[in-house]
Design a protein around this ligand. Structure first.
Ligand code: BGC
Length: 394
Protein backbone atom coordinates (compact mmCIF):
# COMPACT_ATOMS: atom_id res chain seq x y z
CA UNK A 1 0.00 0.00 0.00
CA UNK A 2 1.43 3.40 -0.90
CA UNK A 3 1.76 5.87 1.95
CA UNK A 4 -0.87 8.20 0.39
CA UNK A 5 -3.51 5.50 0.82
CA UNK A 6 -2.72 4.89 4.43
CA UNK A 7 -5.62 5.23 6.83
CA UNK A 8 -5.15 7.17 10.02
CA UNK A 9 -7.22 6.71 13.15
CA UNK A 10 -7.95 9.74 15.31
CA UNK A 11 -8.38 8.19 18.72
CA UNK A 12 -10.31 10.12 21.35
CA UNK A 13 -9.46 10.08 25.07
CA UNK A 14 -10.67 7.12 27.11
CA UNK A 15 -14.17 7.75 28.48
CA UNK A 16 -15.08 10.38 25.88
CA UNK A 17 -18.86 10.77 25.68
CA UNK A 18 -20.76 10.37 22.42
CA UNK A 19 -24.45 11.04 22.06
CA UNK A 20 -27.20 13.22 20.71
CA UNK A 21 -29.43 16.00 22.00
CA UNK A 22 -33.06 17.06 22.02
CA UNK A 23 -35.28 19.57 23.84
CA UNK A 24 -38.66 19.11 25.49
CA UNK A 25 -40.94 21.31 23.37
CA UNK A 26 -39.29 20.20 20.15
CA UNK A 27 -39.93 16.48 20.60
CA UNK A 28 -42.27 15.64 23.48
CA UNK A 29 -45.67 16.72 22.18
CA UNK A 30 -48.75 17.57 24.22
CA UNK A 31 -47.39 20.76 25.81
CA UNK A 32 -50.04 23.48 25.98
CA UNK A 33 -49.11 25.62 28.91
CA UNK A 34 -46.09 27.55 27.62
CA UNK A 35 -45.47 30.77 25.68
CA UNK A 36 -44.84 29.02 22.35
CA UNK A 37 -48.03 26.95 22.49
CA UNK A 38 -49.99 30.02 23.48
CA UNK A 39 -48.45 32.13 20.70
CA UNK A 40 -49.29 29.42 18.16
CA UNK A 41 -52.89 29.30 19.40
CA UNK A 42 -53.50 33.01 19.77
CA UNK A 43 -51.27 34.81 17.28
CA UNK A 44 -50.41 32.27 14.60
CA UNK A 45 -46.97 33.93 14.39
CA UNK A 46 -45.30 30.61 15.14
CA UNK A 47 -46.51 27.13 14.20
CA UNK A 48 -47.95 24.72 16.76
CA UNK A 49 -45.86 21.78 17.96
CA UNK A 50 -48.91 19.62 18.70
CA UNK A 51 -47.96 16.01 19.32
CA UNK A 52 -44.55 16.51 17.64
CA UNK A 53 -42.62 13.19 17.82
CA UNK A 54 -44.64 12.02 20.83
CA UNK A 55 -41.33 11.50 22.60
CA UNK A 56 -43.12 12.05 25.92
CA UNK A 57 -44.61 8.58 25.45
CA UNK A 58 -42.00 7.01 23.20
CA UNK A 59 -38.81 7.94 25.05
CA UNK A 60 -37.89 4.33 25.75
CA UNK A 61 -38.06 3.45 22.07
CA UNK A 62 -35.96 6.51 21.25
CA UNK A 63 -33.32 5.70 23.85
CA UNK A 64 -33.19 2.13 22.52
CA UNK A 65 -32.31 3.62 19.15
CA UNK A 66 -29.62 5.87 20.69
CA UNK A 67 -28.11 2.87 22.42
CA UNK A 68 -28.27 0.76 19.27
CA UNK A 69 -26.33 3.55 17.56
CA UNK A 70 -23.44 3.09 19.95
CA UNK A 71 -24.07 6.23 21.99
CA UNK A 72 -23.19 6.52 25.67
CA UNK A 73 -24.78 9.84 26.62
CA UNK A 74 -27.87 11.87 25.82
CA UNK A 75 -28.89 15.47 26.34
CA UNK A 76 -32.52 16.24 27.12
CA UNK A 77 -34.36 19.20 28.60
CA UNK A 78 -37.03 19.55 31.24
CA UNK A 79 -40.23 21.36 30.33
CA UNK A 80 -40.64 24.09 32.96
CA UNK A 81 -44.38 24.45 32.23
CA UNK A 82 -44.95 20.79 33.10
CA UNK A 83 -43.00 20.96 36.37
CA UNK A 84 -44.38 24.30 37.56
CA UNK A 85 -47.75 24.77 35.82
CA UNK A 86 -48.67 27.64 38.14
CA UNK A 87 -46.31 29.86 40.10
CA UNK A 88 -44.97 27.99 43.12
CA UNK A 89 -47.04 24.86 42.39
CA UNK A 90 -44.80 21.94 41.49
CA UNK A 91 -46.28 18.86 39.86
CA UNK A 92 -44.98 15.65 41.40
CA UNK A 93 -46.45 13.52 38.59
CA UNK A 94 -44.24 15.32 36.10
CA UNK A 95 -41.23 14.94 38.36
CA UNK A 96 -41.98 11.22 38.41
CA UNK A 97 -42.16 11.26 34.61
CA UNK A 98 -38.72 12.80 34.27
CA UNK A 99 -37.34 10.46 36.92
CA UNK A 100 -38.48 7.57 34.72
CA UNK A 101 -36.92 9.23 31.68
CA UNK A 102 -33.57 9.62 33.47
CA UNK A 103 -33.72 6.11 34.86
CA UNK A 104 -34.35 4.70 31.40
CA UNK A 105 -31.29 6.55 30.08
CA UNK A 106 -29.17 5.17 32.90
CA UNK A 107 -30.52 1.65 32.36
CA UNK A 108 -29.22 1.83 28.79
CA UNK A 109 -25.80 3.17 29.75
CA UNK A 110 -26.60 6.64 28.39
CA UNK A 111 -25.20 9.29 30.72
CA UNK A 112 -27.86 12.00 31.04
CA UNK A 113 -27.22 15.69 30.46
CA UNK A 114 -30.14 17.84 31.53
CA UNK A 115 -30.92 21.38 30.45
CA UNK A 116 -33.33 23.00 32.88
CA UNK A 117 -34.67 25.60 30.48
CA UNK A 118 -34.57 25.32 26.67
CA UNK A 119 -36.42 28.38 25.29
CA UNK A 120 -40.04 27.76 26.42
CA UNK A 121 -41.58 29.51 29.44
CA UNK A 122 -44.66 28.63 31.46
CA UNK A 123 -47.45 31.08 30.59
CA UNK A 124 -47.85 32.30 34.20
CA UNK A 125 -44.27 33.59 33.90
CA UNK A 126 -44.22 34.82 30.28
CA UNK A 127 -47.61 36.56 30.66
CA UNK A 128 -46.19 38.55 33.55
CA UNK A 129 -43.02 39.83 31.96
CA UNK A 130 -40.86 36.70 31.85
CA UNK A 131 -37.17 37.56 32.03
CA UNK A 132 -37.94 41.29 31.95
CA UNK A 133 -39.21 40.95 35.52
CA UNK A 134 -36.99 42.20 38.29
CA UNK A 135 -37.64 39.08 40.33
CA UNK A 136 -37.02 36.72 37.37
CA UNK A 137 -33.68 35.48 38.79
CA UNK A 138 -35.34 34.42 42.08
CA UNK A 139 -38.22 32.72 40.25
CA UNK A 140 -35.86 30.92 37.89
CA UNK A 141 -33.45 29.87 40.63
CA UNK A 142 -36.32 28.46 42.68
CA UNK A 143 -37.47 26.34 39.75
CA UNK A 144 -33.92 25.15 38.98
CA UNK A 145 -33.04 24.21 42.54
CA UNK A 146 -36.37 22.43 42.97
CA UNK A 147 -35.73 20.29 39.89
CA UNK A 148 -32.15 19.43 40.85
CA UNK A 149 -33.29 18.55 44.37
CA UNK A 150 -35.72 16.06 42.79
CA UNK A 151 -33.54 14.69 39.97
CA UNK A 152 -29.98 15.22 41.21
CA UNK A 153 -29.60 11.61 42.31
CA UNK A 154 -30.17 10.45 38.71
CA UNK A 155 -28.09 12.97 36.80
CA UNK A 156 -24.71 14.60 37.46
CA UNK A 157 -24.65 17.26 34.78
CA UNK A 158 -27.13 20.12 34.56
CA UNK A 159 -27.21 23.27 32.45
CA UNK A 160 -29.37 26.08 33.71
CA UNK A 161 -30.25 27.46 30.28
CA UNK A 162 -29.83 26.93 26.56
CA UNK A 163 -28.48 29.72 24.34
CA UNK A 164 -29.45 32.80 26.37
CA UNK A 165 -28.38 35.17 23.58
CA UNK A 166 -30.43 33.38 20.95
CA UNK A 167 -33.58 33.55 23.03
CA UNK A 168 -33.07 37.23 23.88
CA UNK A 169 -31.87 38.14 20.37
CA UNK A 170 -34.72 36.53 18.45
CA UNK A 171 -37.45 37.15 21.05
CA UNK A 172 -36.61 40.74 22.06
CA UNK A 173 -34.41 42.23 19.34
CA UNK A 174 -35.62 40.69 16.10
CA UNK A 175 -39.11 40.07 17.43
CA UNK A 176 -39.57 36.77 15.60
CA UNK A 177 -40.12 34.51 18.62
CA UNK A 178 -42.31 34.99 21.68
CA UNK A 179 -42.69 37.58 23.13
CA UNK A 180 -42.24 39.23 19.66
CA UNK A 181 -40.66 42.44 20.92
CA UNK A 182 -38.28 44.63 18.99
CA UNK A 183 -36.47 46.73 21.51
CA UNK A 184 -32.76 47.19 22.05
CA UNK A 185 -33.31 48.34 25.62
CA UNK A 186 -35.42 45.32 26.48
CA UNK A 187 -32.89 43.02 24.87
CA UNK A 188 -30.15 44.43 27.09
CA UNK A 189 -32.37 44.20 30.17
CA UNK A 190 -33.22 40.58 29.44
CA UNK A 191 -29.58 39.62 28.80
CA UNK A 192 -28.59 41.15 32.14
CA UNK A 193 -31.39 39.33 33.88
CA UNK A 194 -30.42 36.06 32.25
CA UNK A 195 -26.89 36.50 33.55
CA UNK A 196 -28.25 37.13 37.05
CA UNK A 197 -30.65 34.21 36.70
CA UNK A 198 -27.90 31.79 35.78
CA UNK A 199 -25.62 33.01 38.55
CA UNK A 200 -28.31 32.77 41.22
CA UNK A 201 -29.59 29.39 39.99
CA UNK A 202 -26.03 28.04 40.08
CA UNK A 203 -25.57 29.16 43.68
CA UNK A 204 -28.91 27.77 44.83
CA UNK A 205 -28.35 24.42 43.13
CA UNK A 206 -24.84 24.05 44.50
CA UNK A 207 -25.89 25.02 48.02
CA UNK A 208 -28.03 21.95 48.21
CA UNK A 209 -26.13 19.68 45.86
CA UNK A 210 -22.44 20.66 45.61
CA UNK A 211 -21.61 17.40 43.86
CA UNK A 212 -23.47 18.35 40.66
CA UNK A 213 -21.67 19.74 37.63
CA UNK A 214 -23.63 22.87 36.69
CA UNK A 215 -23.06 24.99 33.61
CA UNK A 216 -24.61 26.94 30.81
CA UNK A 217 -25.12 26.08 27.14
CA UNK A 218 -23.86 28.75 24.73
CA UNK A 219 -24.30 29.05 21.00
CA UNK A 220 -20.95 30.13 19.52
CA UNK A 221 -20.18 31.13 15.95
CA UNK A 222 -16.87 31.11 14.11
CA UNK A 223 -16.35 34.65 12.78
CA UNK A 224 -13.98 34.96 9.85
CA UNK A 225 -12.76 38.28 8.45
CA UNK A 226 -10.56 39.24 5.52
CA UNK A 227 -7.67 41.73 5.72
CA UNK A 228 -9.95 44.79 5.64
CA UNK A 229 -9.52 46.67 8.96
CA UNK A 230 -13.22 47.60 9.10
CA UNK A 231 -14.26 43.99 8.65
CA UNK A 232 -11.71 42.97 11.25
CA UNK A 233 -13.12 45.43 13.77
CA UNK A 234 -16.76 44.44 13.14
CA UNK A 235 -15.89 40.78 13.30
CA UNK A 236 -14.02 41.08 16.59
CA UNK A 237 -16.73 43.22 18.24
CA UNK A 238 -19.43 40.74 17.27
CA UNK A 239 -17.16 37.90 18.31
CA UNK A 240 -16.73 39.42 21.77
CA UNK A 241 -20.40 40.10 22.42
CA UNK A 242 -21.80 36.95 20.87
CA UNK A 243 -19.21 34.41 21.97
CA UNK A 244 -17.64 35.63 25.21
CA UNK A 245 -19.62 38.31 27.02
CA UNK A 246 -22.14 35.97 28.64
CA UNK A 247 -19.51 33.40 29.49
CA UNK A 248 -17.28 35.98 31.16
CA UNK A 249 -20.15 37.22 33.28
CA UNK A 250 -21.05 33.72 34.44
CA UNK A 251 -17.64 32.09 34.57
CA UNK A 252 -17.33 32.02 38.35
CA UNK A 253 -20.61 30.16 38.48
CA UNK A 254 -19.93 27.63 35.78
CA UNK A 255 -18.36 24.22 36.29
CA UNK A 256 -18.52 23.20 32.63
CA UNK A 257 -19.37 24.96 29.37
CA UNK A 258 -21.79 23.50 26.83
CA UNK A 259 -21.16 24.65 23.27
CA UNK A 260 -23.65 24.56 20.42
CA UNK A 261 -22.03 25.08 17.04
CA UNK A 262 -23.79 25.42 13.71
CA UNK A 263 -21.93 27.75 11.41
CA UNK A 264 -19.35 30.39 10.52
CA UNK A 265 -20.00 34.01 9.51
CA UNK A 266 -17.79 35.58 6.91
CA UNK A 267 -16.84 39.27 6.75
CA UNK A 268 -15.41 40.18 3.37
CA UNK A 269 -14.45 36.58 2.72
CA UNK A 270 -16.01 34.91 -0.30
CA UNK A 271 -17.26 31.47 0.54
CA UNK A 272 -18.90 29.02 -1.74
CA UNK A 273 -19.25 26.19 0.74
CA UNK A 274 -22.46 24.16 0.49
CA UNK A 275 -25.37 25.23 2.68
CA UNK A 276 -27.73 23.20 4.80
CA UNK A 277 -31.46 23.12 4.00
CA UNK A 278 -31.91 26.32 6.02
CA UNK A 279 -29.24 28.18 4.06
CA UNK A 280 -26.53 28.07 6.75
CA UNK A 281 -22.99 27.62 5.36
CA UNK A 282 -21.58 24.21 6.19
CA UNK A 283 -18.23 24.84 7.78
CA UNK A 284 -17.43 22.05 10.22
CA UNK A 285 -13.81 23.27 10.39
CA UNK A 286 -15.04 26.36 12.24
CA UNK A 287 -15.81 24.28 15.31
CA UNK A 288 -12.10 23.76 15.96
CA UNK A 289 -11.46 27.49 16.23
CA UNK A 290 -14.55 28.04 18.39
CA UNK A 291 -13.27 25.39 20.80
CA UNK A 292 -9.66 26.54 20.83
CA UNK A 293 -10.83 30.09 21.63
CA UNK A 294 -12.44 28.75 24.81
CA UNK A 295 -9.24 27.20 26.14
CA UNK A 296 -8.51 30.41 28.04
CA UNK A 297 -11.42 29.71 30.41
CA UNK A 298 -9.85 26.50 31.59
CA UNK A 299 -13.16 24.67 32.04
CA UNK A 300 -14.35 21.29 30.82
CA UNK A 301 -16.30 21.63 27.59
CA UNK A 302 -19.07 19.50 26.14
CA UNK A 303 -20.29 19.98 22.60
CA UNK A 304 -23.95 19.98 23.52
CA UNK A 305 -25.22 20.51 19.96
CA UNK A 306 -23.81 20.44 16.45
CA UNK A 307 -25.81 19.27 13.50
CA UNK A 308 -27.29 19.85 10.08
CA UNK A 309 -30.74 20.21 8.51
CA UNK A 310 -30.41 17.84 5.57
CA UNK A 311 -33.60 16.16 4.46
CA UNK A 312 -31.92 14.14 1.73
CA UNK A 313 -29.16 13.01 4.09
CA UNK A 314 -26.61 13.94 1.43
CA UNK A 315 -24.17 15.99 3.53
CA UNK A 316 -24.80 14.75 7.09
CA UNK A 317 -22.25 11.92 7.23
CA UNK A 318 -19.38 14.08 5.94
CA UNK A 319 -20.48 16.98 8.07
CA UNK A 320 -20.39 14.81 11.20
CA UNK A 321 -16.96 13.50 10.24
CA UNK A 322 -15.80 17.10 9.78
CA UNK A 323 -17.15 18.13 13.18
CA UNK A 324 -15.50 15.17 14.86
CA UNK A 325 -12.19 15.94 13.16
CA UNK A 326 -12.41 19.53 14.40
CA UNK A 327 -13.15 18.32 17.92
CA UNK A 328 -10.12 16.07 17.74
CA UNK A 329 -7.96 18.96 16.55
CA UNK A 330 -9.07 21.09 19.50
CA UNK A 331 -8.31 18.28 21.95
CA UNK A 332 -4.82 18.01 20.43
CA UNK A 333 -4.43 21.74 21.08
CA UNK A 334 -5.07 21.12 24.76
CA UNK A 335 -8.77 21.99 25.09
CA UNK A 336 -10.47 19.88 27.75
CA UNK A 337 -13.38 18.49 25.70
CA UNK A 338 -15.31 15.68 27.30
CA UNK A 339 -18.19 14.87 24.96
CA UNK A 340 -19.93 15.41 21.66
CA UNK A 341 -23.72 15.42 21.23
CA UNK A 342 -25.14 15.58 17.74
CA UNK A 343 -28.26 17.71 17.19
CA UNK A 344 -30.55 15.93 17.05
CA UNK A 345 -31.43 12.34 17.79
CA UNK A 346 -34.81 12.80 16.01
CA UNK A 347 -36.26 15.16 13.43
CA UNK A 348 -38.20 17.67 15.46
CA UNK A 349 -40.06 20.98 15.79
CA UNK A 350 -37.63 23.62 14.51
CA UNK A 351 -39.16 26.64 16.29
CA UNK A 352 -40.58 29.32 13.95
CA UNK A 353 -39.82 27.08 10.97
CA UNK A 354 -42.06 24.25 12.13
CA UNK A 355 -41.36 20.68 11.11
CA UNK A 356 -39.81 20.98 7.66
CA UNK A 357 -36.10 21.21 8.66
CA UNK A 358 -34.77 17.73 9.24
CA UNK A 359 -31.92 17.57 11.74
CA UNK A 360 -32.42 14.01 12.94
CA UNK A 361 -30.18 10.98 12.92
CA UNK A 362 -33.62 9.41 12.86
CA UNK A 363 -36.30 10.45 10.39
CA UNK A 364 -39.82 10.99 11.70
CA UNK A 365 -42.81 10.29 9.49
CA UNK A 366 -45.15 12.95 10.89
CA UNK A 367 -48.03 11.71 8.75
CA UNK A 368 -48.05 8.27 10.28
CA UNK A 369 -50.20 7.90 13.39
CA UNK A 370 -47.33 6.31 15.32
CA UNK A 371 -44.78 8.95 14.16
CA UNK A 372 -42.73 6.22 12.59
CA UNK A 373 -38.97 6.33 13.22
CA UNK A 374 -36.46 5.39 10.50
CA UNK A 375 -32.72 5.50 11.11
CA UNK A 376 -30.88 7.52 8.45
CA UNK A 377 -27.77 6.11 6.73
CA UNK A 378 -25.56 8.86 8.15
CA UNK A 379 -26.45 7.69 11.66
CA UNK A 380 -24.43 4.52 10.98
CA UNK A 381 -21.37 6.59 10.12
CA UNK A 382 -21.75 8.32 13.47
CA UNK A 383 -22.30 4.94 15.09
CA UNK A 384 -18.86 3.79 13.91
CA UNK A 385 -17.31 6.87 15.43
CA UNK A 386 -19.11 6.36 18.76
CA UNK A 387 -18.31 2.66 18.97
CA UNK A 388 -14.67 2.96 18.02
CA UNK A 389 -14.21 6.17 20.04
CA UNK A 390 -12.51 7.76 17.10
CA UNK A 391 -12.49 8.62 13.44
CA UNK A 392 -10.87 6.83 10.55
CA UNK A 393 -9.50 9.22 7.97
CA UNK A 394 -7.79 8.57 4.68
C1 BGC B 1 -31.18 25.25 19.47
C2 BGC B 1 -32.09 24.14 19.02
C3 BGC B 1 -32.37 24.28 17.53
C4 BGC B 1 -31.07 24.18 16.78
C5 BGC B 1 -31.20 24.28 15.27
C6 BGC B 1 -30.06 25.54 18.50
O1 BGC B 1 -29.85 26.91 18.41
O2 BGC B 1 -30.71 25.00 20.77
O3 BGC B 1 -33.24 24.18 19.79
O4 BGC B 1 -33.29 23.36 17.08
O5 BGC B 1 -30.24 25.23 17.19
O6 BGC B 1 -31.67 25.52 14.89
Amino acid sequence: MSSENKEEFLKFPEGFLWGAASASYQVEGGINNNDWAKAARETGKVPPADISCDHYNKYEQDFDIAKSLGQNCQRISIEWSRIEPAEGRFDQNEIQHYRKVLQSLRDRGLKPFVTLWHFTLPTWFSDNGGFERKDAPEIFAKYCSFVTSQLGDLCDNFSTMNEPLVVSGIGYHRGKWPPFKKSKLKTIKVVKNLIKSHNLAYKEIKKENPRLEVGVVKHNINYVSNWNPINKIISSVVDYFWNYYFLKKTLENTDAIGINYYTSRFFGVKNDVPKNDMGWPLNPEGLEKVLIDLKKYNKPIYITEAGIADEKDQYRADYIRGLVKSTYGAIQSGVDIRGFMYWSILDNFEWAEGFWPRFGLVEIDYDSPEKKRTIRQSAFVYKDICESNGLKIK
